[in-house]
Design a protein around this ligand. Structure first.
Ligand code: SF4
Ligand code: SF4
Length: 303
């Protein structure tokens, strides 16, 4: 197989590494963060999104679905996602555009062609390409490695945005091509990490140490969420600093929580469980930034 499942190919991005970048969001992530603002990136397969506000409940899609995955209900239709094959027929017949499919196969050639279109912007701005997700390190690593090699051969700067939850072998496969890792740390407390992401953070922290030992260029990214890792005494913030201080890390990005992806959960027939979380206020964000700066990290609020 020589293709990768992509959610979005974002051009002219300025938040995912230096300069102007093309950011490729791959589909599928091993973590299940409660606050995730891209829930459509979690599954490793294509999915149908359903926008009930647009749907007139005409029932056409239920009639044409070859898998009988759709059933008519009052004011809406419901989809049995276990039997939907994501064939796309219901999209073609919906006059209200109430459905869309998320996830598109791109060959390495197609990705390179798209990346190369903006090479002038990368050169002018010191930008490049960012491989993101979902989780890029849990995609077909053969393909990711090929893509990275081709970009490297063309002199394009490569950043990898990762949650850290992947076999270290995968990181080793691409290490020589990657100019920058944007590495997420959410929590040091393992129990809390399991509670809020569904997985232990052991592998994530081990991988970070190993990458640092190998001399990789790493920026740490920390989502800041009241109710998860932000509190009065900055307990988790201090633990993160203690962990990263001995490592080869100079820069930190603090990413305040937002709930703009909330509406996507409805489109996937899922429930948003982060209602009680809050964005830290400006003074709290500045307080946390100061703590990092006092510990000699160049720290920015935002991507
Ligand atoms: S065809 Fe479109 S508008 Fe009609 S029921 Fe299906 S999703 Fe709704
Ligand atoms: S994508 Fe295909 S299988 Fe899935 S609901 Fe639509 S028509 Fe049915």
């Amino acid at each position: 197989m020589d293709s990768l499942l992509v959610i979005n190919f974002q051009k002219c991005s300025i938040h995912d590494g230096p300069g102007i970048r093309s950011t490729i969001f791959f589909k599928g992530c091993p973590l299940d963060c409660v606050w995730c603002h891209n829930p459509e990136s979690k599954k490793f397969t294509k999915e149908v999104l359903y926008n009930q506000e647009r749907c007139s409940a005409c029932g056409t899609c239920a009639k044409i679905c070859p898998s009988n995955a759709i059933s008519n209900q009052l004011y809406r239709v419901s989809l049995d996602r276990d039997i939907c094959t994501t064939c796309g027929s219901c999209l073609d017949y919906c006059v209200n555009n109430a459905r869309e499919i998320v996830g598109e196969e791109y060959s390495i050639k197609q990705l390179v062609r798209e990346i190369e279109k903006d090479i002038m912007f990368y050169e002018e701005s010191g930008g490049g390409v960012t491989l993101s997700g979902g989780e890029v390190m849990c995609q077909d690593i053969e393909c990711i490695s090929k893509l990275s090699r081709v970009c490297k051969d063309r002199g394009i700067h490569i950043a990898v945005d990762t949650c850290g939850y992947a076999k270290f072998d995968n990181y080793e496969r691409i290490l020589e091509f990657v100019d920058l890792f944007l590495y997420d740390i959410k929590l040091i407390d393992e129990e809390k990490h399991i509670e809020f992401t569904g997985k232990s953070n052991k592998l994530i922290l081990e991988n970070l140490k190993k990458l640092s030992e190998k001399g990789a260029n790493i920026n740490i990214r920390i989502p800041l969420i009241e109710g998860v890792n932000v509190d009065e005494e900055n307990i988790e913030v201090k633990k993160i600093i203690e962990f990263i201080k001995p490592l080869n890390i100079k820069k930190v990005n603090l990413l305040p929580y937002h709930s703009i992806g909330k509406h996507k959960y409805e489109k996937l027939d899922e429930v948003y469980h982060a209602e009680d979380f809050e964005t830290p206020d400006t003074s709290k964000l500045e307080e946390i930034r100061d703590i990092f700066e006092r510990n000699n990290f160049s720290t920015k609020i935002g991507g």
